[in-house]
Design a protein around this ligand. Structure first.
Ligand code: NAD
Ligand code: TYD
Length: 367
């Protein structure tokens, strides 16, 4: 937990992508920790955006949700002006690597062109602003590419080497945010975070997909040999890190955020199966590990991600609070108790995606 002095400056905050997984957790976190601030969410409500994620905050007037595209310059200009926004927390993105392989267009459009539009609009907007502005660009560790087993974790000076269209589009937007600081002196900060997990995570991603498939008694698809490694961070810890960076981070800097939890996908999925066996009152297939199925690998699948978050701990006194064991337990419990949240997301569109992604790959083989 940070012991830095609290920055009491009231903010007028625009959260882009605030109806998605991390954005909605962040909106809730900000409403709870800075109740005096004005909070506006701009979200296109794509398949991954869900108004229900913000329902209680919207209902009691703690935030305003505007449905719209970050690439719509006229809308963004109007909103920045009307709400006198001084701080942007930019989460809006197409975020799923597998979809970026199937259809990269939307990734370039939103992540690259949309981020550019937002930066341009904010650059012009702040010329007339009286309060100090900040543009927080929320990015990913995937921009650094893939590590070998013996490599040191990614640091803030690791060269970029994105391998998927998703990672490349995020890398491009990181470079734009950096360039706007250097060229126009727009105060931007870039964060590169490892894999998040927790409540409100869309069903297509590995952890919610595993939880939901166990509850439905469906095969759990694990790509390749299941030995790819990710560094997992509980979403609440990410939100806390971002809040500290907004209050105390240095414009022009980038910060790596990670959980120091390197796990293979197979190990992770096995842990989730065991937690479900323990916590669910009844399961269609038990022990749930029987559902684990190795399927064809993701093209260009990065082998290992790991984050060195020592800059965050040394400079901003942040470190993760939630252990992987505790975070996974909380997450499994949340999916168990929130079928009314995830069931409607398994829509015909989602089923079509699922079929396209997994239909031909479901060659059953046990690890
Ligand atoms: P998500 O897919 O759950 O949510 C993205 C949100 O952005 C959705 O609400 C969607 O409707 C909205 N959106 C998409 N296109 C838009 C557009 N053109 N205009 C306005 N809104 C749009 O994603 P997430 O997992 O919450 O990720 C949020 C951010 O964090 C992304 O920028 C992602 O790159 C980054 N990130 C994610 C992770 C992770 O593990 N999920 C890790 C590190 C960084
Ligand atoms: P994901 O949640 O898509 O995040 P990212 O690709 O951004 O790291 O995937 C996490 C890991 O899980 C990644 O190595 C790919 C793997 N994976 C599977 O093995 N099976 C799946 O069905 C999915 C969606 C992911």
């Amino acid at each position: 937990m940070s012991s830095l002095p609290f920055d009491r400056l009231p903010r007028r905050l625009l959260i882009t992508g605030g109806a998605g997984f991390i954005g909605s957790n962040f909106a809730r976190y900000w409403c709870e920790t800075a109740p005096g601030d004005r909070i506006v969410v701009l979200d296109a409500l794509t398949y991954a955006g869900n108004r229900a994620n913000l329902a209680e905050l919207e209902l009691d007037g703690r935030l305003r949700l505007v449905q719209g595209d970050i690439g719509d310059r006229a809308l963004v200009d109007r909103l920045l002006q009307q709400e006198q926004i001084d701080t942007i927390a930019h989460f809006a993105a197409e975020s799923h690597v597998d979809r970026s392989i199937l259809a990269p267009d939307a990734f370039i459009q939103t992540n690259l062109v949309g981020s550019f539009t937002l930066l341009e609009a904010f650059r012009h907007h702040v010329e007339s602003l009286r309060r100090p502005p900040l543009f927080l660009h929320v990015s990913t560790d995937e921009v650094y590419g893939s590590l070998e087993p013996e490599d040191p974790p990614f640091s803030e000076t690791t060269p970029y080497a994105p391998n998927s269209p998703y990672a490349a589009s995020k890398a491009g937007s990181d470079h734009l945010a950096r360039a706007y600081y250097h060229t126009y002196k727009l105060p931007t900060i870039i964060t590169n975070c490892s894999n998040n997990y927790g409540p409100y995570h869309f069903p297509e991603k590995l952890i919610p997909l595993t939880c939901i498939n166990i509850l439905l008694g469906k095969p759990i698809p694990v790509y390749g040999d299941g030995q790819n490694i990710r560094d997992w961070l509980y979403v609440g810890d990410h939100c806390q890190a971002l809040a500290i960076i907004i209050r105390h981070g240095q414009p022009g800097e980038n910060y790596n955020i990670g959980g120091n939890n390197e796990v293979t996908n197979l190990d992770l999925v096995e842990r989730l199966c065991d937690l479900m066996d323990e916590l669910a009152p009844a399961l269609p297939v038990k022990p749930a590990r029987q559902l684990i199925t190795l399927v064809g690998d993701r093209p260009g699948h990065d082998r290992r991600y790991a984050i060195n978050a020592s800059k965050m701990s040394h400079e901003l006194d942040w470190r993760p609070q939630v252990s992987l064991a505790e975070g996974l337990r909380q997450t499994v419990s949340w999916y168990l108790t929130h079928p009314d949240w995830w069931r409607p997301l398994l829509s015909p569109e989602y089923q079509a995606y699922y079929q396209q992604q997994y239909g031909e790959k479901n060659r059953l083989s046990k690890p």
